[in-house]
Structures are given as C-alpha cells and as structure tokens.
Design a protein around this ligand. Structure first.
Ligand SMILES: Nc1ncnc2c1ncn2[C@@H]1O[C@H](COP(=O)(O)OP(=O)(O)OP(=O)(O)O)[C@@H](O)[C@H]1O
Length: 324
C-alpha cells in the first residue's frame, strides 16, 4: 500500500510502564518524522526505549501520551491496516525447514493478492545461488536474509527490523546490509533499531540517537559527526614514560588521552581541528611516535558529546529512574 505522506510521524510520544515504586518512563516525549524511501535507525544503548517505540509503532503498545501515525494509520485504532501494510521481520519459527528458498517464498506469496515476485525478492536478498537449497541447510546469514525477504513478499509500505544483525559475523552482516540497501533502492522504507554504532554509520540514511527515552540527536550520521564532533583524531604509540606535556600544551590539540598497552608503550589519542599541523609536529617533535593513524570521530563520540557518557556504559540501570 503506497503511503500518502511520511512513513512515520511521532508527536510528543510518552510511554510509561507500571512498576513497583511508581513506574518506568520508557519513552519520555519524542517527536520524529521518517520519510518515505529511507533506511532510518533508532540507535541507543540497552534500555533507551527503542523496542518500546517500535512496539508502539506496530500497535503492540498504546501510547501513554502523544500520537503516532504509520503510513497515515493510527496503530491502535487501525490495527488491520497496520498489519496489512507494515512488515515486521518474522521470527525463525515461522519458516518450514524442509522447503527450499524458492518454495517458501512462493508459498508465502500465495497468501497475498498483490504479492511481490518471489524471484525478484530472491535476487534482491542475494539468495539467487541458494534458491533451491532447503531452509534447514542455509547459513545463519542466509536464513536472516530469507526472513527479511519473506517480510517483503507482501510489498509492505514499511519494513521494521528489531536489531537485525545481532549475533551475525561481519560477512553475514555486510550481506544483510547489502540486501536492506537493495530494498531501499527500489523505493522501500526501513525502520530498524540497533545498538551497533557501525550498523548505524554504515547502513542508515538517518538515525535518531535515543538515550533514557529521549532523542538526543537526529540526522544523517555524517551530519551528526560534523555537527557534534568535527575534530579529527590522531593516534600513535610512544615509549612508556615519554613526556607528553608539550602535546597537552600544543595550540592545535584539543584533548589528549592515553592508554597503556599490554605489550609496553602508550597509545596516545589526540583530538584536533588541524590534523596536518599536529601530524607534522608529532613527526618532527621529541617523541619517537610509531603506528601513526588519523581518522574522523564517529557516532560513538557524538553520543559522548550529547550525553556526557560513553555509549558502552550507558545501560538500562541508569535509565530506570523516575516514577510514573
Ligand atoms: N513491559 C515492561 N514493563 C516494565 N518496564 C519495561 C517493559 N518493557 C520495557 N521496560 C523498561 O523500559 C525501558 C526501555 O526499554 P526498551 O526495551 O524499550 O529499551 P531498548 O532501547 O529497546 O533496550 P534493548 O536494546 O535492551 O532492547 C527500560 O528501562 C525497560 O526496563
């Protein structure tokens, strides 16, 4: 079903769960618009409110406050319309192990009057060489792409994926991303949740970074980095005990952090807006700097800047703080 406006519009969404001692505010007032034809990621640490938001969008939770529209429908009042036009990646149990990939997708297609062509879906999901392989014999990555393909058979206006690449090896993950991009390139809209910075940076056209039920930053990953963490990083290793005072006092260096390496030596990480000058000074200065690297900051640094905490430590225990 073709959406008539943005795929998703969320206004002032609040979701509280009852809990002993007053309740948990899982979503604390978010506004969000997801366009048609984009891969949009909800990125956040454990307990940030990603699953609650997604469950509210597909009608599994009722908002405590605020409104939600998906493809123009109210997920609470228009459940059937949502079920027909939003595909949530099906669970493992939904597939028959003894069928081949092509048989399974053809069977699935027979349930829908306007189903997608199973052969096209097979190609888009990168499963052409496995089309006659039984489901039981697929690798974990192939199976995951088959499940996404099965979700696409109904030509959904919105495809929703909750942590799609959890537990996958890097190759399988890259192939899944390729398949999701191929769907987007044919005009599909995808909403996914992830706690992987890499998945957000590599796959998503735009991301909303959630923390403690709030959106703390929203935009294209590269724009967020440019806005919140525009500096470059310069990394190098020096001998233990090296005097780094001159670096800390260097006009071009904004911040210096050091980590002792298990094999000896110290890994130095500098932040700078002038990497060329700092690099020249490091190379010609008194330090015997080795293994020199430069790079841009990523979403991890954006998270640290906007929340003041590191992503890895921002977990659910800090989140469940307030009463209803
Ligand atoms: N059914 C529920 N009852 C009470 N509290 C809940 C319920 N579901 C989630 N919560 C709480 O709401 C907060 C947000 O949880 P949610 O699952 O939406 O976060 P998340 O970002 O998806 O986390 P994760 O990555 O761990 O799945 C957490 O504090 C969680 O403990």
């Amino acid at each position: 079903m073709a959406p008539t406006g943005p795929a998703v519009v969320i206004e002032r969404l609040v979701k509280r769960y009852p809990a002993p001692g007053g309740g948990v505010t899982a979503v604390a007032g978010i506004d969000l618009t997801i366009g048609d034809g984009e891969i949009f990621g909800l990125l956040g640490p454990n307990g940030a409110g990603k699953t609650t938001t997604i469950e509210t969008l597909v009608g599994l939770r009722t908002p405590t406050e605020g409104t939600v529209r998906v493809l123009g429908f109210d997920p609470v009042r228009q459940r059937d319309e949502i079920r027909r036009s939003v595909a949530v990646q099906p669970q493992q149990a939904a597939v028959f192990e003894f069928q081949t990939v092509a048989e399974l997708l053809r069977a699935w297609a027979s349930f829908y009057p306007d189903a997608a062509d199973p052969d096209e879906v097979i190609e888009r999901m990168g499963l052409t060489r496995s089309r006659d392989v039984r489901v039981a014999r697929l690798s974990g990555g192939q199976r995951q792409r088959l499940l996404v393909g099965a979700a696409l058979i109904s030509r959904p206006g919105l495809l929703v994926l909750d942590e799609p690449s959890t537990g996958m090896d890097p190759n399988a993950r890259e192939e899944l991303w390729e398949a999701i991009r191929a769907h987007r390139d044919t005009g599909g809209t995808v909403l996914l949740s992830t706690h992987s910075m890499e998945e957000a940076e590599e796959l998503c056209d735009r991301v909303a970074i959630l923390d403690r039920g709030r959106i703390v930053a929203c935009g294209a990953p590269e724009e967020l980095v440019r806005e919140h963490a525009p500096e470059q990083e310069v990394l190098f290793t020096v001998a233990a005990g090296s005097d780094l005072t001159w670096l800390e006092e260097h006009a071009g260096v904004l911040e210096t952090t050091t980590v002792e390496r298990p094999g000896g030596g110290v890994r130095v990480r500098l932040r700078t807006l002038d990497p060329d000058r700092v690099l020249v000074d490091v190379l010609t200065g008194p330090l015997d700097a080795r293994r020199i690297q430069t790079g841009e900051a990523g979403l991890e640094e954006v998270f640290r800047r906007v929340t003041g905490r590191s992503f890895a430590r921002a977990d659910v225990t800090e989140n469940a703080e307030e009463g209803a």
